[in-house]
Design a protein around this ligand. Sequence first.
Ligand SMILES: *[C@@H]1O[C@H](CO)[C@@H](O)[C@H](O)[C@H]1NC(C)=O
Ligand SMILES: *[C@@H]1O[C@H](CO)[C@@H](O)[C@H](O)[C@H]1NC(C)=O
Length: 232
Amino acid sequence: MLWWDIVVVLVLVFLPWPWGVASNMQHLREQLNCHTHTQGTNSFLWQVRRHPPAYFLGTIHVPYTRVWDYIPQNTKVAFQESENIFVELDLTDPNTMSELANCQLLPNGENLSDVLPHGMYRRLKTHLQYVKRMMPQWLSADQRGRSFYADYLFEAIVGNWERKRPIWVMLVIDSLTEADIKSREIPVLDLYLAQEATRRNKRTGAVEQVEEQCIPLNGLNFTQVSLLLLLS
Ligand SMILES: *[C@@H]1O[C@H](CO)[C@@H](O)[C@H](O)[C@H]1NC(C)=O
Ligand SMILES: *[C@@H]1O[C@H](CO)[C@@H](O)[C@H](O)[C@H]1NC(C)=O
């Protein structure tokens, strides 16, 4: 889906350790074959020729388990070699998360029912009631083992929807499918890489501020967003 793609394409910058050149590094480097076709698929990895080299990787916000097996070895080696990892937004930072939540809200305490045509607002409400009813059946066996989990999850994803701008409500609606609910706890690829980087004591950071994500989306033409909402 178009707008979602705009949100999700992001850049990771890998800056490898300049001085810690272990003996096997040469061998690892030989495996790096950037921006070439690997096993018939594009690796989405670019190398910036500098000393030490830097890498750009295009990632996507989907549970990492869905794509991990298709990520070529050269990318995994670049990640392993890199000392600094920069992601789009630092989703492990609570400040980033709260800024992101705030920027999704309608201005001046407005309610979605004030800005959407009445019929569309009713349809949305009915759809969300349907999702709430279905949620217990959509959970994985593991999720189901936990009491009150369905309600908790629904609230975590949908809560406060009437205070959000239509574009963000559309993204919420888009993520309310059985498959998405089941894989909810699996980190998305870029978050997974950030978590792995932290676990391996790499330095991490973000290349974007929350407003760089929010302002373009919030500035979309209202008529067009309403149309997308209608279609989703
Ligand atoms: C938004 O408006 C609807 C309809 O008027 C109302 O039922 C709902 O409680 C309001 N939500 C919030 C968060 O104020
Ligand atoms: C928004 O898009 C609609 C349909 O494409 C167009 O008619 C309208 O002029 C646009 N509004 C603004 C404020 O750009």
